[in-house]
Design a protein around this ligand. Sequence first.
Ligand code: FES
Ligand code: FES
Length: 157
Amino acid sequence: MVTVTVNELTRALDLDADALLIFALRGELALSGAKLGCGLEQCGSCVVLVDGRPTYSCTAQIGDVEGKRIETVEGLADAEGCLHPIQAAFLELNAAQCGFCTAGIIMATKALLDANPQPSRDEICIALDGHLCRCGAHPRIIRAVERAAAKLRAREA
Ligand code: FES
Ligand code: FES
């Protein structure tokens, strides 16, 4: 058994410690936002936050994240179901095409904007460098990150 805390809910899972986090999220917890793409830390579609840091759930073992704070895209909307400003910006700018990459990019964006509320375009590109968008939506994604940053700053003002 392992015990994990995902989106502020703690659950005991009947898994071996070497089970991969992506399978725990998608298979055991029905959180299907993070996607299994390459399985090799090469595309970023599986990224979630562990203690606030972008983490490849395709290679992270569940035993290594026990007792840590795991955040997935499903935890971003508020209790009333209102989208997080990052999600709203992606929607407004049509930054998701097929959506396969989107959850990973949104979580990497959250980590970036938590640490740096006003990133430059270069800083955004560096933060998202490990994320492949097979649809080629990168220009819209970068604009969405800029808009999300502006929304969050306005919310804090
Ligand atoms: S599936 Fe994890 S990086 Fe591609
Ligand atoms: S929107 Fe299709 S892979 Fe990025």
